[in-house]
Design a protein. Structure first.
Length: 149
C-alpha cells in the first residue's frame, strides 16, 4: 500500500515514514502543500496522512481542493489542533479520520489499516438518478448540475 505523508517537520516525518515502512507500507514524504498537490496529481495513493500546519497552505484548504475536484483518496489528518471544534472542522472538510499529535504509532498504523479496509464506494458516494444526484459526503442535492437548497 502506497501512502503519501505531508508533514513539514523533517525529523518527525522521517520517524513516521520509517515506522510505517516497518509495517509494510511504501511511504512518500513531502513537506509543503504545493509538493503534496503535485504528488497527488501525479501518483495514485491508497491513503494520505496530512498535517494541517504546513508552511505554505493550511492543510484543510488543500484537503477541500481535493474533495472539490472529486478526489476520494482516504485522508487521515494529523494535527496538534485539539478540541472538538477543530476535529469536527477537519472531518467536515473531507477528512476521513483525525489523529491528535502526539500519538502512539500503533494507533496511527491501526487507523490507516482501518481506512484501507473500507470499500471505495463508502467514501464519497454520489447517487445519481436521471438529472438528480446526491453527494453523500457533501450532503448536497444537484438537479441538472445545480445545487438545490
Amino acid at each position: 500500500m502506497r501512502i503519501l505523508l505531508i508533514e513539514d517537520h523533517e525529523r518527525f516525518a522521517g520517524f513516521v515514514k520509517e515506522s510505517l515502512a516497518k509495517e509494510g507500507f511504501t511511504v512518500d514524504v513531502v513537506n509543503t502543500g504545493a509538493a503534496g498537490q503535485d504528488a497527488v496529481s501525479s501518483v495514485k495513493y491508497d491513503a494520505v496522512v496530512l498535517d494541517l500546519g504546513l508552511p505554505d497552505v493550511d492543510g484543510l484548504d488543500l484537503l477541500k481542493s481535493w474533495r472539490d475536484k472529486g478526489d476520494e483518496t482516504p485522508v487521515l489528518i494529523l494535527s496538534a489542533r485539539d478540541g472538538t471544534e477543530a476535529k469536527v472542522l477537519g472531518l467536515n472538510s473531507g477528512g476521513d479520520d483525525y489523529l491528535l499529535k502526539p500519538f502512539d504509532m500503533e494507533e496511527l498504523v491501526a487507523r490507516i489499516r482501518a481506512l484501507l479496509r473500507r470499500p471505495g464506494e463508502v467514501l464519497g458516494l454520489v447517487i445519481t438518478a436521471g438529472n438528480v444526484s446526491f453527494d453523500t459526503t457533501a450532503r448536497e442535492v444537484l438537479v441538472n448540475g445545480k445545487a438545490v437548497s
